[in-house]
Design a protein around this ligand. Structure first.
Ligand code: NAD
Length: 437
């Protein structure tokens, strides 16, 4: 099938590449010329494990091409995916201007039936896309809601073997086309769930908001554990063994971040408000998460007491909002850095993939380290913010030699408490007893 994908970010590029991998001819469109040039030259614009292999293979076999020219991309495409940003607007609701702008441009160009697929996360709004299309063309078309559930870091696997595919349309022809397109990805029997557009759109927000709530609930349990002397690792295992709750998404930490959870929770709350519904849980989730992002700084303040943080040097392991990505959007690390700088501390950071993006944002407000150990030289303490695998089994003796003091604040609970006690560290983590040697 001939396909166009508009927007080549984390979702668009994975979607385009994975659709090419099953034999479709895919043209990806982006407005950023330099990005398109780089992709044409075979350069991946993002870090996403496993994507490069498929990207290069499909470019070589001419099933995956890139352009800035929308008309050229959609001329022969039967299906047009919109994988455009839907950032939070000034009032917290999703900004639909990218999606609606593209819909208008597409409507003005098409000359035959097309299926327009909204992959971007949009609040109950495909009827807005339909309205914009209708206002600009008499050619028949179908608008389909097909929210994306991929996780950055494992996006290729998620796309190639999705837990489910959600397709929101009542248009019979579009339903058939979408079913055929996704059939290769659900051969193990995972469902393609056909539904109406509104239910499909709300499914995406409900899924992300539920996950954000689950994490936030565990973060509050962790805070309780600290107060009553319980161990959140034990509690987590105890509750996770219950099938109704499940083991996943129960790890406490320094709050959720990324380009999806914060904005999607906010947009659903806003959507509820617009519908005169007070979605109390979501408002609490957002409030708790704001506090949780700064939890490590609170612990630092308690530890240093009167001395304060001014003039202290902190090593930070992890900048990306989660491991296996270079995405730093809404990353808790950025909030922690802000607080530390505001209190006059110095920060030296290391992240396997996130540093170039943070450099663009913060420049020389902080220092950057070439590897995990160099960051420790002369630092008063280490803060662990992202659970990259490379941080899990470091050489602790070597770390002690390089740090000014053997002090670790771990926002991801990477290490065993007894081990840290035996090694002679001061070790403060989330929802567990402080190891105070
Ligand atoms: P992104 O910011 O990484 O990428 C968007 C791309 O669109 C950029 O390359 C940008 O240059 C391009 N673009 C902007 N305007 C354009 C235009 N008029 N024509 C062509 N290209 C244009 O965004 P993303 O993370 O891929 O997210 C896209 C959508 O998917 C959002 O609605 C998001 O909520 C949703 N989503 C994201 C994820 C994720 O993990 N990132 C997962 C599921 C759903």
């Amino acid at each position: 099938m001939k396909i166009a994908v508009i927007g080549t970010g984390y979702v668009g590029l994975v979607t385009g590449t994975c659709l090419a991998e099953t034999g479709n001819e895919v043209t990806c469109v982006d407005i950023v010329e330099e990005k398109v040039e780089r992709m044409r030259a075979g350069e991946m614009p993002i870090y996403e494990p496993g994507l490069d292999l498929l990207f290069h293979r499909n470019i070589e076999q001419e099933r995956l091409t890139f352009t800035t020219n929308l008309a050229e991309a959609i001329a022969s495409a039967k299906v047009i995916f919109l994988a455009l940003p839907t950032p939070p607007g000034a009032d917290g609701s999703a900004d639909l201007s990218y999606v609606l702008g593209a819909a208008k441009d597409i409507a003005k160009i098409i000359t035959e039936y097309k299926v327009i697929v909204t992959k971007s996360t949009v609040p109950v709004g495909t009827d807005k896309v339909t309205a914009v299309m209708k206002a600009n063309t008499d050619i028949p078309f179908a608008v389909v809601s097909n929210p994306e559930f991929l996780r950055e870091g494992v996006a290729v696997e998620d796309f190639m073997k999705p837990d489910r595919v959600v397709i929101g349309t009542l248009d019979e022809e579009a339903r058939q086309i979408m079913g055929d397109l996704y059939a290769p990805y659900v051969r193990q029997g995972n469902p393609i769930l056909f539904m109406d557009e509104r239910s499909s759109e709300l499914t995406k927000y409900a899924a992300n908001s539920f996950l954000a709530t689950k994490i936030t609930f565990m973060n509050e349990i962790a805070n309780m554990c600290e107060l009553v002397g319980a161990d959140v690792d034990m509690v987590r295992k105890g509750v996770g063994a219950d099938d109704r709750i499940g083991k996943r998404f129960l790890f406490p930490g320094v709050g959720y971040g990324g380009s999806c959870f914060p904005k999607d929770v906010q947009a659903l709350a806003k959507s509820a408000e617009e519908n005169k519904y007070d979605f109390k849980i979501l408002n609490s989730v957002m409030e708790v998460n704001e506090t949780q992002k700064k939890r490590l700084v609170v612990k630092l303040r308690e530890y240093y007491g009167q001395d304060g943080l001014k003039g202290k040097k902190f090593a930070l392991w992890g900048l990306a909002f989660k491991p296996e990505t270079d995405d730093i959007r809404e990353a808790p690390a950025l909030y922690i850095i802000d607080e530390l700088l505001a209190e006059g501390a110095n920060v030296i950071a290391y992240d396997p993939e996130g540093m170039p993006n943070v450099k663009k944002l913060l420049g020389d407000k902080i220092s950057y380290s070439k590897d995990r150990y160099s960051a420790l030289d002369g630092a008063d303490a280490l803060l662990i913010v992202t659970e990259w695998p490379v941080f899990r089994t470091p050489d602790f003796d070597f770390m002690k030699e390089r740090l000014n003091a053997p002090v670790i604040f771990d926002g991801r609970n990477l290490y065993d408490l007894d081990k840290m006690r035996n090694l002679g560290f001061y070790y403060s983590s989330i929802g567990r007893k402080v190891v105070n040697n």
